[in-house]
Design a protein around this ligand. Sequence first.
Ligand code: SOE
Length: 391
Amino acid sequence: MTSSRPTLAVAMVGHAFMGAAHSQAWRSAHRFFDLPLHPAMALVVGRDAARAAEAADRLGWAESATDWHAAVVRDDIDLVDVCTPGDTHAEIAIAALAAGKHVLCEKPLANTVAEAEEMAAAASTAAERGVRAMVGFTYRRVPAVALARRLVAQGRIGEIRHVRATYLQDWIADPEAPLTWRLDKQRAGSGALGDIGAHIIDLTQHITGDRLHEVSGQLETFVKERPLVATGVGLSGTASTERGSVTVDDAAVFIGRFAGGALGVFEATRFATGRKNSIRIEVNGSAGSLAFDFEDMNVLELYDAAEPAETAGFRRILVTEPTHPYAGAWWPPGHGLGYEHGFTHQVVDLVTAIADGTDPAPTFADGLQVQRVLAAVETSSDTRTWQQIPS
Ligand code: SOE
């Protein structure tokens, strides 16, 4: 498809589950939204030449390559999209920013606070040259979540007292599920805490417009050894007969205090049998409450405490009206959206910010702050103490 808009040439590094989700966003964003720049899916990079070529063909990239170092300095690339495991986020993102490329980096930003600090510093230096960086906390861009933030900012639920958030999965509840990279601290940084706990930290801070300032938590690894991966990657690897150690948490629970005074309760686990990708958030304020459930993601529940007791109750708002965030670009009211649309909205906001010359949110500094919360929960679990989050 030709476009009169200037082109934004994208190179994506990594092409597994997240690469596929990002690819559909790059393919579709300009077909539904009036973007100021036209994304061109120029290059996909993977370690194995044959698999990268197959991914290019299947996901819609013009070319494939195996060397990300060469890719991020190419003159014909404007933006690098980092969809690799956490252990390579820092080096790829920093090299790309140094080469003057805009960067979109999957969450959590890095595997350690030190890496995240380097990335945030690199992003701030790059911003002085007009180069932009964003971390991919994609659930922020679910219309119901964006509406929740808008309602809190408008004061619709008053002063916030309680924040309750769970992110539940069960894909390794079976002790014979193989030891994929997500269970290796070297590659993933942490387990359920960083992979999915990071999302609910970002989501609750985003919805409330507030930040956690202290936490107390516990991590647990229920299954300490698992079969090594025989074939495949990511969530879909198959088991071999040899076993290896799980070096990350299977589950994380923590409580926290927000700077504005609210109390927070959080749970992230890969052992909630029957829960596949369940994100639930409830915020209780002095004037009402909001509740979101990703399994019913087109709905936001609102309780208005000012309504007469006879008729008061949680109302289901179907967040598909043209006036709702992002929804007007899609289908007529009632024709809902899914998991992938958050990634499309992420591309829309990133491309718009690049064209406007503004910093896209969440910035690498926001990603660093989430990383500090993750580290504080880990330290709290190790030391059985409350931990402050440095601001
Ligand atoms: C795996 O647990 C995972 O793919 C996360 O890494 C993603 O961020 C989340 O969107 C779905 O679950």
